[in-house]
Design a protein. Structure first.
Length: 85
């Protein structure tokens, strides 16, 4: 049951809950969802060669999340998608 507790708050039962979880992951790097996003983004930053230390890459991803830039990118993507209708 320890795994169930660790994953609590990472599931969504509706479109609205899913969107809220995505928004949380892109605005709060210390939330469970935000931690997952920061680790994955950190892996991309590290493997792209932007930084040469995985820990530094995760820190950079957390900075981008906390600065609001990650959330802005989601908004820009949504705006672009909506303009294509």
């Amino acid at each position: 049951m320890a795994e169930a507790k660790e994953l609590a708050g990472l599931s969504a039962n509706s479109v609205d809950e899913s969107l809220n979880l995505v928004r949380e992951s892109l605005t709060n790097s210390s939330s469970k969802a935000g931690e997952i996003v920061a680790i994955n983004a950190g892996a991309a930053i590290y493997t792209s060669g932007i930084v040469d230390d995985f820990g530094a890459a995760i820190s950079r991803a957390q900075e981008v999340i906390e600065s609001g830039e990650a959330s802005k990118k989601l908004t820009n993507l949504a705006n672009l998608t909506n303009s294509l209708d």
